[in-house]
Design a protein around this ligand. Sequence first.
Ligand SMILES: Cc1cc2nc3c(=O)[nH]c(=O)nc-3n(C[C@H](O)[C@H](O)[C@H](O)COP(=O)(O)OP(=O)(O)OC[C@H]3O[C@@H](n4cnc5c(N)ncnc54)[C@H](O)[C@@H]3O)c2cc1C
Length: 431
Amino acid sequence: MALSENGHIAETGNKMHHEERIVIVGGGFGGLCFAAALHKVGLKAVVLEQSDKLRPEGTTMTLWNNGMRILELFGLADQFRSMYLNAPGVEYLNQYGRRLAILDHSHCEGGPHEMRCVERKVLLEAIAGQVPQGTIRLNSRVTNIKKSETSPNVTNLELQDGSTYSAKVVVGFDGVNSIVASWLGLEKPKSTGQLEVRGMAEFHNGYNFPKLFRIFIGRTVRIGILPINATKVYWFVVWTDSSEGWRNITPEEIKQEVLQLTKDFQVPHFTSCVNNTSMETLIKNTLRHRINMKPTWETQVANNVTVCGDASHPTTPNLGQGGSMAFEDAIILARKLHQALKSKESQISKVSESERIHQALLDFHRERHGRTYALTHKAYMIGLSAIADTAIKCFIRDWFSIPRSVRTGNYMEPALFDVGNLPINEEESHN
Ligand SMILES: Cc1cc2nc3c(=O)[nH]c(=O)nc-3n(C[C@H](O)[C@H](O)[C@H](O)COP(=O)(O)OP(=O)(O)OC[C@H]3O[C@@H](n4cnc5c(N)ncnc54)[C@H](O)[C@@H]3O)c2cc1C
């Protein structure tokens, strides 16, 4: 048996068996941020990522104050501020370009506010840079999860390549189609009956759009345009469609579909945005979510296995908060596990380590449920209220619902959440 950087590795035949204290399934935004946060508080973990490289799905992610706060914890915020624009506000228009509402972020309560659309690849690499070498195990797709038959509160993970891991804590940050959530018995996320295409246009000589986030709303189709920096622009189209049989569509067909869907919109520059989008940045998704009605601490923890991020609370992108909620989960759970495993109280506690972990996981979900439930629900309602398939519904939406909901008082509320700090790793501070 040889000792790895993070734990024991034993060979069984040609297949490796690894023993770890903390295993994270999924090396997306949440999983990597969690590994980085654990490292900061002095806890080692292993990240099992199914892909052969760190590969974010999609091209951009909008970060508001709460998301930027996470970057601040890792000393990354200023780098991102220098690279990406801060959108000064948001404007809602109908498909003919008539303004329905406009909001200047500087007039919203709780400022100063930030709203930056950042490139996912750059963000994922920056977070991965905070994780110690050897932590991220690529090509490590978890295919099966089992309780250990010999050690209580230990969980065994089987990987596609035949290797196995056993761990005292397993945290599934494995996204919308989470295997860990399935193992816990959580309901599969449901389609909201909407599809989305998003892309990133590149204008090498710059563009003449306003720096505002602009959303153009038609009957059952809406377009969003948000400049990222001086040459790049993020755009999306969302429309009502519950079909699932679109998966073999080519990027060129996606472009044609988007142009066809939006042909009645009078949106200056949108066609050039689509035409200036490279095929690699185009992505089409069914929008899915799960609203966790039951208190999640009762269903999302078993045998010291739990889920976080999209695996725990998959949400529609209407608030642009899914990624930031995954980041918040990462910081808060790292804090709870530090309290359970590294704090002075934990060193003298008579409660077993496995019970302390269990309590930490339950406390985490107790703390998070209110916020993640509220945002998932709100995001869904926003998506629903944007659809107006009759003239009367359009009238109500355009003259009442949108002007009333886009107000300075509460618009930025979801982004005002402050995740707080990570505790200092006392071992490191003594060195
Ligand atoms: C159209 C759209 C637009 C969005 N826009 C925004 C936005 O502007 N702002 C924002 O904050 N959020 C946005 N989101 C949400 C955001 O993308 C997610 O909330 C965020 O990526 C969740 O992070 P995560 O780490 O939980 O999951 P993911 O980022 O999905 O990561 C999951 C990881 O787990 C890996 N994995 C899965 N299964 C296994 C397995 N069995 N074994 C090993 N690895 C596995 C995957 O390969 C992946 O790397 C948007 C989402 C959509 C769909």
